[in-house]
Design a protein around this ligand. Structure first.
Ligand code: UGY
Ligand code: MN
Length: 248
């Protein structure tokens, strides 16, 4: 209950900081018995959708729109995934890439929470579309960003041109920071998983912490510095491997 009207959340033309105190839950087609919080969507100016699904035990999720690829990352609970005749169990930090038009079923085996990234898949001439990927983030080897051992990147999906999106985690030791202010054509959707610090977005510097969501439009200047005594970590989406000429 807010009696002050104050929030850290801010929505600007080329970025948004969305804090949990402002989240609104609603049903979405394809999710039965679950509630969704849409963080980032074309309505905001993005070319992808990012949302959280809160799943009570027994609730389910299925493919509901054609030509849309999906990446899911479990942040709490335990989620079953049936796809291609196989059954998987995704614990916290388990994830899956589900190609467009491939029927699948997610089911919560306990009170669960997951974050979903969706976008229209852009086929690449001469390349087969990617298949299903299922993984566990802690099992992915980390690599230093630009030689900085204090900043570890984990690529959750294969670095292959058939993928038109990447989802990574970035872990910052206390005091670590992005080596430069980035401006790039790729857009980002980001969920803070642990810790916090200061995020520069455009011409603003924001205090950020676990649970926050950030949208960065193409070319939004961005930089992050980690604060505190424990590592800071975020999950970050970006569009990759495609020319932007032609249909988006
Ligand atoms: O992959 C990236 O562009 C990443 N370094 N951006 C970011 O963390 N804001
Ligand atoms: Mn970036």
């Amino acid at each position: 209950m807010s009696l002050t009207g104050f929030t850290r959340a801010r929505v600007a033309a080329n970025h948004a900081l969305l804090t949990p105190d402002t989240f609104i839950r609603a049903p979405l087609p394809g999710w039965t018995g679950a509630l969704c919080i849409v963080h980032i969507s074309p309505e905001l100016g993005a070319r992808f959708k990012m949302y959280t699904v809160e799943m009570p035990p027994g609730s389910t999720g299925e493919m509901s729109i054609l030509d849309i690829e999906r990446f899911i990352y479990v942040t709490a609970g335990q989620v079953g995934l049936e796809v291609n005749g196989a059954r998987h169990t995704l614990p916290p930090h388990g994830y899956a890439y589900l190609p467009a038009n491939l029927p699948h079923r997610l089911s919560a085996q306990s009170e669960s929470r997951l974050v979903v990234f969706e976008k229209p898949y852009r086929a690449l001439a001469g390349a087969e579309p990617p298949g299903v990927v299922v993984g566990l983030e802690p099992e992915v080897p980390g690599q230093p960003l630009m030689g900085d051992e204090a900043l570890e990147v984990r690529l959750l999906l294969p670095d292959h041109p058939s993928f038109d999106l990447a989802v990574n985690t970035m872990t910052f030791a206390p005091g670590a920071h992005l080596p430069m202010v980035e401006t790039h054509v790729m857009e980002h959707g980001l969920l803070f998983l642990e810790g916090g610090g200061v995020y520069r977005l455009g011409d603003h510097w924001y205090p950020v912490q676990a649970g926050d969501v950030i949208w960065m439009a193409s070319y939004c200047p961005q930089w992050f510095g980690a604060l505190g005594k424990s590592p800071s970590k975020y999950l970050i989406y970006k569009d990759v491997n495609r020319h932007s000429l032609g249909p988006l």
